[in-house]
Ligand binder design. Sequence first.
Ligand code: 3PG
Length: 347
Amino acid sequence: MGYTYHLPKERDPLGCNYIEWETEVIDFMEYRKNMKILVATEKPFAKKALDGITEILQAAGYEVALLEKYTEKEQLIEAVKDVDGLIVRSDKVTAEVIEAAEQLKIVVRAGAGFDNVDLEAASARDIVVMNTPGQNSNAVAELALAMMIYMSRNRFTPGTGMELLGKTVGIHAYGNVGRLVARKAKALGMNVIAYDPFVTDNALFENDGVEQVGTIEELYAGSDFLSLHIPATDATRKSIGYKLMMSMPKGATLVNTARKEVIDEIGLEAAMTERTDLKYVTDIAPDDVATMTAMFGNRFFATPKKMGAETAEANINAGLAAARQIVGYFEKGECRFQVNKKPCGCK
Ligand code: 3PG
């Protein structure tokens, strides 16, 4: 089957868009026979997800390779050498990995956060990077609620706990996960407030019965539980610390199912030392996990390994979406979920 393939040739002076393209007619059935997609997951997908990924990619004619539970970055560097596409989870796709992957054309992060992929290094090589937004959100949202209950019941140890009913939960960032946490919290009878300067459509909050607050300070000061859903970026790194924690109401709990990088650990420890009523529960262990465990007892808990998206459903949703996106990209040029620079001509 002949397929007209547009290959980028030259970028505009700003380097944002391609201004010249080469057109080549490729026999795609022949071309695909030599294409290899690597599924590289330090934290493996559920079997059903992996089977589905393999089925989709093989049905499209690609060879599928697997690297699971690896412990050294060198193993990933070795495995990417001859691959055309890569599916990962939180695996670190560094500049070194990208450099080693000489034939790489696409990386799909099966999940939401793409801070584990060096976008600049990928863009410099015209490698498309995508995520699969929304596919694992429900699993993460359920964990956030579970963590609130766990902490308000003293981590299931004897003693008097507290109910969620009537308490206020603050949602920091109203994306896919934040919205689901809000809706589930409403169903539990909680008041929900939210802050997200990037959401301009007020109807989004109104439809969920959520009160939108104007500042981050207002959000923390009004939240018995604060559910964090901000990504790790240069702007958010270490942005949650002493001041915001100290402003929270008596007995408040910070719930982190987002990223450890957004927490200023020194500030958080200082606040929790000064205010013995504050609690912190996280799905991403802080660097100082041993000290915090020793210092704060039942007021602190970190899951042993990040487990927000560790459900069969989330693995299947995100994994299969990743495989379909790779096929869609190679066959139709679809790049709706591309997160790095978009070459023109993307659908
Ligand atoms: C995400 O960004 O999608 C979540 O943090 C889940 O990450 P994981 O696939 O590494 O569990």
